[in-house]
Each structure stands twice: as C-alpha cells, then as structure tokens.
Design a binder for this molecule. Sequence first.
Ligand code: MOS
Length: 695
Amino acid sequence: MSQAPPPLGTPAARREGRDKVTGTARYAAEHTPPGCLYGWPVPATIARGRVSAVHTDEALALPGVHAVLSHDNAPRLKQPDDPILAVLQDDRVPHRGWYIALVVADTLDHARAGAEALRIAYETTEHDVVLSENHPGLYTPETVNGEYPAVRERGDADRAFAMAPVQVDATYAIGALHNHPMEPHASTAQWTQDGHLHVHDSNQGSTTVRESLAAAFGLRPQQVTVVSEHVGGGFGCKGTTRPQAVLAAMAARHTGRPVKIALPRRQLAAVVGHRPPTVQRLRLGAELDGTLTSVSHEVITQTSTVKEFVEQAAVPARIMYGSAHSRTTHRVTALDVPSPSWMRAPGEAPGMYALESAMDELAAALGIDPVELRLRNDAADEPDSGRPFSSRGLAACLEEGAARFGWYDRDPRPAVREEGPLLVGTGVASATYPVYIAGSSASAHAATDGSYRIQVNATDIGTGARTVLAQIAASVLNTPVENIRIDIGSSELPDAPLAGGSSGTASWGWSVHKASTALLRQLRECTGPLPAEGLTIFADTEQETSEKSPYARHAFGAQFAEVAVDSRTGEVRVRRMLGVFAAGHILNPRTARSQFIGGMTMGIGMALTEGSTMDPVFGDFTESDLASYHVPVCADVPEIEVHWIDEDDPHLNPMGSKGIGEIGIVGAAAAVGNAVRHATGVRLRSLPLTPDTLL
Ligand code: MOS
C-alpha cells in the first residue's frame, strides 16, 4: 500500500490546543466592540397562531433598555435564503419558541429583564405537534435531505419478502435528538459608516453565513464580513445561518450600535434545528443461508410548517447489502413544531440504528453469527446504482474488529452471562457514511524567509482543521509543518465550503493541495531571489469537484459494544466499545482518533441517555437544557478503542481521504442495543434504552 507523503499521516498536535486550554482562544461571544449592546431574544409561548400585540412600555421604561424589536418595527429583510431566518417580519407564530421579539439593552441582565417585562398578546389556533404512523398529513416528498429521491424500488420487495423462508418485520422508533454543542450559537454584529456589516459568529462555515446575511439584508457578499475564528462544536446545527446572526445585525442597524446575542441554551431546541423523530419499518427476507432476498426500509418522519426537511433515514439501506429486491421510502408530515435540520450523520445515524438492529434480529432468527451474516451479504457493487465502489472496507472492518474485540469466542445465546445481578452481552453493527466534497478556494504564499502561509476560509469546529490543512500544505511543499502558517475562520479569506457532511478536510484540503502544488512549481521555475513581497498563488477546485465520479464512494466501519445490564434496576452500562473504520488515508491519526471517539460517544448518548419528548399540550420539547437532556458524561463513557484500515483509494482527492467526522456515530446505538439484547434476551425497538423500558 502506498503511503501518503509525510507529514501527512503523522499525529501532529492541534495548533490551537494551547490557546484553547489556556483560555486565550476567543469565541464569537467574546468579542466586545466599544459601545456594544446586548440582545435577548423572546420566544413565542404559544404553539400556533398570531402575535396580536407587543406591549413595550414597561420594558422600555426599565434601566438600560435601548430598544424592543418586533414585527411592528424591525428592519424588513430582503430575501432570506432560508425561511427560518425571516424573523420579526410578520405576526405569524409557526411553533412554540419561534422568535417574536428582541430586547436590546446595555447589559445582558437588563436585556433579560426587559424581555421578562414585555407583554405579548396572542391569537391562538389549534396546534398539531405529534407524529404518528397514521397521521393524515403524511405525504411522500420529491426528495429527502441530501437531494436523494424519497423513494427507490428494485424488483418486487413485497413478493420476495412473502416468499422468503426467514423474515424479520420490525418497527423502530427514535424520538427527537438535539445537537447541543458546548458553545451555544452567538453573534456580535456591527455596521460601519460605509454600510459594511461585520459579524463575529459561531458557525460551521462563514462563507455560507456571509452569503445568507448578504441575501437577507440586500447586500453584496463583499459588504459582509463574518469571522468565526474558534467554534465550540456544531454537529450540524451551525451548518446553516441561524436567527441570532440576523437578529444581531437587525438590532445593530436599528440602534446604530454593535449588538451581541448569545442564545440561551434553553432556547436552542426551538431555533437551531434538531434530528426529527423517525418511525422506521424494516422488512428483511432471507434464504436459510442468510442471503438477503428482500430489503424494505420505510421511514416516517416530521418537518415543520416553516420548511421541508426530511431525514433521509432509508438512504443507507440503498448501499449497505446486496439484495435483488428492495424498497426504500420516506413519508413526512408538516407539524407545528420547530424546523428539523442536520444533526451528526443525518440519515445514517437513525437509519443505521434501524437497519443494523433488524440485521441482528435476522441473525438471531437464522441462527447465524451477526458478523458472518453481514459478510455473506457484502456487496460487490453499490446495490442501488450498480456503480462499482471506489473502495469498500466493510468486510475488512468487521473481520479486524471481530478479531480485536474477541468476538469469535462469543456464545450466541442471550441472557446466559450472569455476574451477580448483572447480565453481560456483546453486539455488533456496521457503519457507513458517504463521501461528499465541494469546491473550495485557497491561496498559498511563499515568503522570502523560506516560510509559507496558507489562507482558506475553513472552519475549525473542534476537529483540528488548522492542523491537518497545514500538514497537507507541508507534504506538498516538502517542508516541516512548523514552517506553514495557516489562516482560517474569516470570510475575508478565500471562499470555502462548510465544515459539514464530513467534507471539510477533503474540500478545503484539495484547494490547499492545488495552490501549494502550483506554488511549488513556480518556485522551482524561479531562478533569482523572490521579490520582497514573496509569491502568492490562488487556486480553486470548482471544476475538479463538480465532476461526478463513476464510482460509489463511501466510508465504512464496524462497531462492537459490550454492555452490562443491572437486572434489578434496568441500568445499562457500556463496558467497552471498539470501532474499526475504513475511510481512505487517515491524515492525522491523533485528531482523527478524537473524532471517531467523539462520534461513538454521541452514539452512546443516542443509545442510552439522549431523548426528547414533545409535550402535546404545550407543543414544546420538554427537555430543553442539559439537566434534562442527558448527553453522556465521563462516567458513561468507558474506554473506547478505535482502529482503522488504511485504504489506498485513488478515486477521492489528492490526499486519498474520506470524511471521518460523522461515521463514528453511525451504528454505535445499534451495537449497544444489540448487546443489550444479547445480555438480556430483551429486544427493545425504541431509543433511548432507559431503565424503565428494560424492566
Ligand atoms: Mo454535519 S450534521 O453534516 O454538520
């Protein structure tokens, strides 16, 4: 296998690590221009209807309150590119938590006090917030998230299922899940005399935020600067512009002062997107030797009345296992709920929970080892498209994982491993995530002192983007990584796409690679000394990345979990987890391991602790803070072991990498659920696996 040129593939330490642990790294809410005011957004307290009046007198009479913005007086927006950004434009309340006003004051406390003093009158209408399998509003959309067709059929899945000697027909349910990054969304906005808008914002791509603020305020993109130097996590909910950026810019225009808004955590669930609930019916038909003959994955989910977002949970079933007959469908209904959006591995995370749980049920029904069942159904070509895979490391991950985990000694019988009151079991699940890539631009500069500077508007959401991009440049320029300076996190830098869809490193990295390659060529052609200003090369990869690959490109993985279930309390503890992934060349083993572990940890949360319920009366998510929405804490996370199969795939990008940000969560919850079934003999089909559901 060929090796990537050093320093690619070496465990370089995070460039900003010291800044972060010493507190000198500054986040969006930590920039306070002179004269800065503070905004406190006011959420609607009804689930559906209209705002009939906003009484501001008491609020405006409070000390320090400068302004109250509502649909009565807020600046009119031009053309927001996302309907969730059309805040304070009219009196409609499409869901509880939708912003209906903003109080602006000289301090945060004064703004909050002003918000409490506002008196809002509503006209309420009946609301509909509960998803059910027979909801009358269910319809089949054209496409689902990721622009995949909502429905795909091959052969006759019903007939093949009916004729199959072994069948699994099971329905799985997952409630809403929330992203909850450590750093909530925040923006500090300021207009300068020349009509230029400057914003410090926490997001996953400030080129994108610049474009959407420009559209909203009727500006040219060059009239907007968005800086996102450090970002404390996103998980998808910062992948699109969020209302606080628009509100801060509106308030800054209205008051003529800089305005800062940091969203209170309790408001996030309603305004930053979430993973919508899904009800997923799986029907698997197989021959006695385990060969799948029919795969049917039918998904029901919800969106809001504000916009259509359809979690593409049946899409992974199109690529995972060979089967002559297959049907994958999505139906959705628009409810009076907050708008769902991206959350780490949208589609794959919930979809692979259902598919990989059903595969485990099938293995049990057949009496075939679950690893073996997956190997027997490995696909040579992508089942849905017939295209060859550029590389498919699933079997290698399952085999390597099984050997490392000690899987082959496993007694398949459920509920026989007792340790006092504990029941112990192990489970496995596959993982997959598509290879996405987008065009990016970058510049590479050679200085006369022999150092280099790379500029690209990448965003580091905690992944180590600076570090890996410096490694890419250093590998091309054949120089130590310390010799590369790197500037990211500002829309004044060359345009670049999101840190999203696990595509950041590939997308930004290709343009860095291209600019560095061109710079090196020029330097080699350069005979005399460099001019005093050095040499700068600009490159973009729009053309390279727009070519559709003849290959089906996906990362794969295998997740293994061991759990102990307390038969007295129903408490599930994950004892150990192992993930083995095949994602092209791993460019930085140190930061990559962190991302895999982070994804698997989020998978433990999805399996055991994270869950959100919709209150049918109030039309609200009841778990709106971290006291009630339980993300895993250190005590919930055992030793997580991560390995990878280094793939030499020439059909990806010059670095040979696939994305790694999301695949870690995929399959993790199924592996835990399958282990719980092995431990206890109880098959639960809804998440999270809380003690009350096990007893
Ligand atoms: Mo990720 S959910 O594509 O930001």
